[in-house]
Design a protein around this ligand. Structure first.
Ligand SMILES: [Zn+2]
Ligand SMILES: [Zn+2]
Ligand SMILES: [Zn+2]
Length: 405
């Protein structure tokens, strides 16, 4: 919602009327909070609008009043992504209203994705804006098996990137400076059109990068928005996890994937793959308070082989708060993408309650081509978890008695 002309008397509540209510209704409908536009007068703050405002306040973790108050209006005036926040069809929600990563229903059926730049922006010198978008792709590539290759032929590209202004022919016109900054289209198969996976930035917004210096509050950090929109193009929707790049509003630079973003993208495409070329491989895993708490890796043995995999996890309970259920970390094995239900986990402190660390180990013998090891801390607020995963191939001809079963 953009700045209204003249002062607005706040709060606005059920029963009131006016042009601001009309804008409010538009904003709530655009982002999915007023899903079935009611047939009440378009300048009336009806009870349907009140309900939608409550949903909006819940999503943005504002005090739930059902009224358009100052904090709610300020949230609505923040620049944001043009895609809706509701309805949530695939996500999971915690008791406090946190909506964790949300698959948007789309998912590419190949991992070697391609992209093409249709144009750029003069706000950033040279073609540096393209380098920034490439950096944004690198961030997603680092936590998945996905690769992103630029192609010179638009028709060969999965993801086409463009700066567009106003009505640009895709049914979602841009609104000029402020408001909507960008949007992206859900990938196939739910989106069967050629525009699936494409990313558009609003050409009228003022795009910037650190290298050019931030000198105006209207400048928008391109890397922050590019990382977010690529998330949509890969199959993620909006969340309200604070610090996640997939939250819809632009507050400030937020260039680092949050563990919730990582968990979400790995739900779709799996974790990075470690090829096992010899008979031994290992990987470090960590789940830290500062970054949330999630780590995973997939060993690829190249073909079905017999292996032993084991993991070690150690936890540090930062609060030492005598709460002996707060040190819960879990490490899970999947073989050929099927959960084995073999896990290493720790819920009890060893030693006195509040002991600063405890160590758990587990081993798993199996047969398969891929072995996924995942480490997560369930209490992200006060627990740091560290781990290592090790895998040894057992079907080595030099090891009699361990032939493939
Ligand atoms: Zn109504
Ligand atoms: Zn978005
Ligand atoms: Zn567009």
């Amino acid at each position: 919602m953009k700045q209204a002309r003249g002062p607005t008397k706040l709060p606005l509540k059920v029963g009131e009327r006016g042009n601001v209510v009309k804008q409010l209704r538009h904003h709530l409908a655009k982002y999915g909070y007023l899903q079935n536009p009611c047939h009440c007068h378009d300048e009336l703050f009806c009870s349907h609008v009140g309900d939608a405002v409550e949903k909006y306040q819940l999503f943005f973790k504002l005090p739930v009043t059902g009224q358009l108050d100052q904090v709610t209006l300020e949230q609505m005036r923040k620049p944001r992504c043009g895609l809706p926040d509701l309805p949530i069809t695939n996500g999971s929600q915690s008791d406090d209203g946190t909506i964790f990563f949300v698959p948007n229903g789309g998912k590419w059926n190949h991992t070697n994705l391609t992209y093409f730049f249709k144009n750029g922006t003069n706000d950033i010198g040279g073609t540096q804006e393209w380098d920034i978008v490439r950096q944004a792709f690198d961030k997603w590539a680092a936590v998945t098996p996905l690769t992103f290759t630029e192609v010179a032929d638009e028709t060969m590209a999965d993801i086409r990137i463009a700066w567009e202004a106003g009505d640009h022919g895709d049914g979602a016109p841009f609104d000029g400076s402020g408001g909507v900054l960008a949007h992206a289209f859900t990938p196939p198969p739910v989106n069967t059109t050629a525009i699936a996976g494409d990313i558009h930035f609003d050409a009228i917004d003022l795009w910037a990068t650190e290298d050019g210096g931030f000198w105006s509050p209207n400048q928008i950090d391109l890397l922050t928005v590019a990382v977010h929109e690529i998330g949509h193009a890969l199959g993620l929707g909006h969340t309200n996890v604070s610090g996640a790049v997939m939250k819809p509003s632009y507050d400030d630079e937020n260039r680092t994937l949050h563990p919730d973003d990582i968990e979400g993208i790995q739900e779709l495409y799996g974790p990075p793959v470690v090829p096992v070329t010899g008979t031994f491989a290992e990987a470090s895993l960590w789940a830290l308070r500062s970054t949330g708490g999630y780590g995973a890796v997939k060993f690829d043995l190249g073909r079905k082989r017999k292996f032993v995999a084991w993991g070690t996890i150690t936890m540090v309970d930062s609060l030492k708060d005598l709460d002996d259920d707060n040190a819960v970390a879990i490490e899970v094995f999947k073989v050929d993408d099927v959960e084995t239900w073999k896990a290493v986990s720790g819920g009890d402190h060893w030693g006195d309650p509040g002991a600063s660390s405890n160590v758990h180990q587990g081993a798993f013998v199996g047969v398969g081509q891929t072995v996924t090891v995942r480490l997560r801390s369930m209490h992200r607020e006060d627990l740091d978890a560290y781990g290592a995963a090790t895998l040894i191939v057992l079907d080595d001809p030099g090891r009699p008695g361990l032939e493939l079963q």
